[in-house]
Ligand binder design. Structure first.
Ligand code: NAD
Length: 364
């Protein structure tokens, strides 16, 4: 197995269409000697159709062995009536869980050509470039006890438990600080230490990790509600934001909308390093399988292509190639090419395939 092997899981709906454009890019980069190897398999609805389950054990085994996964999207109306445990989305959740992907990275970046797509004023979002690092496998979505119980006639009680251990906080803090070292060296840690014990521990542990291991990175602590305000008021002040599962869920959606379009948003989910010292990782666009436009060559492949750029940077250390891909995307947008979802008057409409071709042309 090559050092630069990627498990390709196109999935459902527009997944195969946008992933085909990543393939096009890979073939181009390989002609210049990058040596990327692609192993392809099925997940989600495609896996249900082929194997009867949303994630076949062989696919999971491949994902574990290869460690670097690129995914399109899963789900669609065809599988909507299946019981919860057999739905396509369970395949993705199982993959994240089995690979131990505890750190979700979502960059929010405004391309100059798309500044007008944001609902915020140009002067607020122009030049925005931040990443939210969200803890993905702990906190209130998983803490026990949880559930709903009857406590009397016509009365119920619902419980969720917010729970974090210091090691869970330590490992996500390290991801954030390491990432900040590759960027502008600033981390903002968000919690509610004023009203929650998990917030008190979170602040304490992040501070310790900072002092012991990352004194070269600037750290500020902020209450999550204050950060939610700052994110729409002055988002450019942030570089890397690290926060828990619940706050991260909300703040990353808020940050995503600063930039305008769903078809432009990449993501990465990272786990611990394997025996070769490389973090297990899954890269995917933030959007879903868009069944309403699937199979029509209309989907925007840029979120998927930008996720692939994250893969080059974070999994293979190919910083220069990652930047080249990101610059190529910026150039294509500057030249006025737009898929339907980001189209505006005066720009030129292109299909999924044409957008992929334009990016490849702009690489050189
Ligand atoms: P969605 O993100 O698929 O689509 C929302 C809207 O955005 C649609 O109008 C769609 O056409 C548009 N859109 C999304 N991506 C686009 C792109 N790249 N280019 C152009 N337009 C794009 O969300 P949804 O409609 O709520 O869900 C559809 C299916 O996707 C469901 O089955 C859902 O469970 C699944 N889903 C999967 C993931 C994932 O695989 N990670 C994430 C979210 C939703």
């Amino acid at each position: 197995m090559s050092e630069r092997t990627i498990l390709f899981l196109p999935g459902d709906g527009i997944g195969p269409e946008i992933m085909a454009e990543v393939r096009r890019l890979i073939e181009h980069l390989n002609r210049r000697g990058l040596g990327l190897l692609v192993v392809e398999d099925v997940v989600g609805g495609a896996a249900i159709d082929r194997h009867g389950v949303p994630l076949h054990p062989d696919t999971l085994e491949k994902a574990r062995r290869i460690g670097t996964v690129m995914l399109g999207a899963v789900g669609g109306p065809k599988w909507d009536s299946l019981p919860f445990e057999r739905k396509p989305e369970r395949g993705l959740l199982a993959l994240r869980k089995e690979l131990g992907l505890y750190a979700n990275l979502r960059p929010a970046f405004t391309f100059p050509a798309l500044v007008e797509a944001s609902t915020l004023k140009r002067e607020v979002v122009e030049g925005l470039d931040l990443v939210i690092v969200r803890e993905l496998t702990g906190g209130v979505y998983f803490g026990e006890p949880r559930g709903i119980e009857e406590i009397g006639p016509g009365e119920k009680r619902a419980v969720d438990t917010q729970l974090y251990t210091s090691s869970e906080i330590r490992r996500i803090a390290r991801v954030a600080f390491e990432l900040a070292r590759t960027r502008r060296r600033r981390v903002t840690s968000a919690e509610k230490a004023n009203v929650m014990y998990t917030g008190v521990l979170w602040r304490q542990v992040v501070q310790e990790v900072h002092e012991r291991e990352f004194p070269d990175v600037a750290l500020e602590h902020m209450y999550a509600d204050a950060l939610a305000m700052q994110l729409v008021r002055e988002p450019r002040r942030f570089d890397v934001i690290v926060t828990d599962n619940l706050f991260g869920d909300l703040l990353s959606d808020e940050a995503a909308m600063l930039t305008g379009s769903l078809g432009m948003l990449p993501s990465a989910s990272l786990g611990d390093a394997d025996q070769n010292g490389r973090r297990r990782a899954l890269y995917e666009p933030v959007h879903g399988s868009a069944p309403d436009i699937a199979g029509r060559n209309l989907a925007n492949p840029l979120a998927c292509i930008l996720s692939f750029a994250m893969l080059l940077r974070l999994s293979f250390g190919l910083e220069e190639e990652a930047r080249r891909v990101e610059r190529a995307v910026a150039r294509v947008l500057d030249a006025g090419y737009r898929t339907a979802d980001i189209h505006s008057p005066g720009t030129q409409s292109v299909s999924t395939r044409e957008m992929g071709e334009k990016v490849v042309e702009a690489l050189d």
